[in-house]
Design a protein around this ligand. Structure first.
Ligand code: GLU
Length: 497
């Protein structure tokens, strides 16, 4: 083999190795079916997606429905719908399939059962028979003594005989994780580095409820292991569970995935982002007329920034440029003004035809107007539109037969209502002379402006009343543009008051 050929083969081998190593990355998004997708959940799944793509890995969708109190009919379908609307694609999971299924936790109960039995044998967990009444009393006592709420471990050292007797007698029980009583637990987060927890602060939390259903803490770890998840990206609110999760992996003798806790998202005042569905559901933002492009761009900047600090990044660019090095640990601020700004930007990027389609649901009955008319009306608003839902209100005056507004609105600075009406008469006479076929904003502007200039009249004293007469509003697109869209006949009808 000559040197050149050997070099070629070696490079090829290196490349294949690298690729097979890279493709082993497996991440998952594990939403609970609560009926809506929290904007924080969108941020998590986006980071899951971008991180996974940057590693050439696979992203899995797993529905975590062990908390049946929170479950809502049809929620899984709703989740799939909203995730596909924002443009997040999964490689495996509910609705797609894959060899690690089922991808919905309520269908995996036998898997959890098998594993909890194993954990009990490994002495990593124990049955707890404490009644809800006893636990309430215990908590009240702790509160009185100003102690943190924590299970007092009354059942931790029951003998096997005692346990069996209680089970035979039909006593209800939960299964708790047996955590170390002393020492320090060191865990490692890819962003925050090493984090230390004191064993004495940890609570022997519940892994299996008395109904036999696992908690998030158990199902999540079992599934991540079973599904060969290599990287867990989740919100910072889970950091308190982190040492317990790692100890659970250790108790089983499993290798834990790598963890990346995404920074908290705070509201503008530095408070916790509302949990109320109406404010934070992605579905709510969709209804309000936010574009998926804007939401994706916005969420990507909640905890990550590109090298050059650009603000405008669509999914294509994000996929190319995302790098874990750009992720930070300080809390991100949810700034709706920034979201509006981004939304306005993406609205302006739409072709007029696309925008007309997007606006249709918000135009209600006015949708019946001709496509050509709708195009003209919407074109005038494209520049300043921030949310699609505003289009109905902003353009209403284009569709009404009779405008309603108070006479006083015609007055402008020192110009009185009656003087404004007189000026409108002049405007009427000037516009009337423009032939129908020349009715464009330019010719309307020419006709008016050359007259006002020649007579040295104040422009505002004519254009203000003209705007009000045409739109019934104080703010609108320019009066020449509005007049062109309304057409000669309708414009003159409105100006003649
Ligand atoms: N089911 C959890 C949630 O809805 C998932 C948390 C995680 O990703 O581990 O927040």
């Amino acid at each position: 083999m000559n040197t050149y050929y050997r070099f070629f083969v070696a490079t090829l081998l290196r490349m294949t190795k690298k690729r097979s190593f890279m493709s082993k990355v497996r991440t998952r998004f594990g939403p609970s079916p609560t009926g809506f997708l929290h904007i924080g959940g969108l941020r998590t799944v986006l980071f899951d997606f971008l991180f996974t793509k940057s590693q050439g890995g696979k992203l899995i969708l797993r529905i975590e429905d062990t908390d049946q109190k929170r479950e809502v009919e049809g929620a899984a379908e709703k989740l799939i719908d909203i995730l596909s609307w924002v443009g997040i694609k999964f490689d495996e999971g509910l609705d797609i399939g894959g060899k690690y299924g089922p991808y919905i936790q309520s269908q995996r109960l036998d898997i959890y059962k098998k594993h909890i039995e194993e954990l009990l044998k490994l002495n990593g967990a124990y049955q707890c028979f404490c009644t809800p009444e006893r636990l309430t009393k215990m908590r009240e006592d702790q509160q009185k003594k100003k102690l943190p709420p924590k299970y007092d471990r009354a059942c931790r050292d029951l003998s096997e005989d005692e346990v069996n007797k209680k089970i035979k007698a039909g006593e209800k029980f939960v299964i708790r994780q047996k955590l170390p009583l002393e020492g320090e637990i060191k865990v490692y987060d890819k962003l925050k580095g090493e984090i230390k927890f004191k064993a004495k602060d940890l609570d022997d939390h519940v892994l299996i409820k008395s109904s036999g259903i696992p908690t998030y803490q158990f199902a999540n770890v079992v599934d991540d292991h079973e599904m060969e998840i290599t990287h867990v990206l989740r919100g910072d609110e889970w950091i308190a569970s982190f040492p317990k999760n790692i100890l659970l992996y250790e108790a089983f003798g499993w290798k834990p995935p790598k963890f990346i806790h995404l920074p908290l998202v705070l509201d503008k005042n530095g408070g916790k982002l509302s949990k109320r569905q109406g404010d934070v559901a992605v579905e709510y933002f969709r209804e309000k007329g936010y574009l998926p492009e804007a939401l994706i761009n916005f969420c990507a900047l909640l905890g990550w920034h590109p090298k050059n600090d650009d603000e405008i990044l669509n999914m294509d660019r994000l996929t190319k440029e995302f790098n874990i090095k750009g992720m930070g640990i300080s809390p991100a601020i949810f700034d709706t003004e920034k979201l509006d700004y981004l939304n306005g930007y993406y609205i302006r990027q739409k072709s007029l035809d696309e925008l007309v389609e997007l606006c249709k649901p918000y135009l209600k009955k006015n949708i019946k107007k001709s496509k050509e008319y709708l195009r003209k009306v919407i074109a005038l608003e494209q520049e300043r539109l921030k949310k699609l839902s505003e289009i109905g209100e902003l353009t209403e005056f284009f569709f009404v037969d009779k405008l309603e507004y108070p006479d006083e609105m015609l007055a402008w600075k020192k110009l009185t209502v009656s003087a404004a009406k007189k000026n409108l008469k002049t405007v009427y006479e000037l516009l009337e002379k423009i032939p129908e076929k020349n009715w464009t904003n330019d010719s309307i502007e020419d006709a008016l402006m050359s007259y006002l200039k020649a007579k040295e009249l104040k422009v505002g004293e004519y254009l203000w009343p003209m705007r009000v007469a045409l739109t019934g509003r104080k703010a609108s697109p320019g009066p020449f543009d509005v007049a062109e869209v309304l057409g000669k006949e309708e414009s003159l009808k409105r100006i003649k008051i």
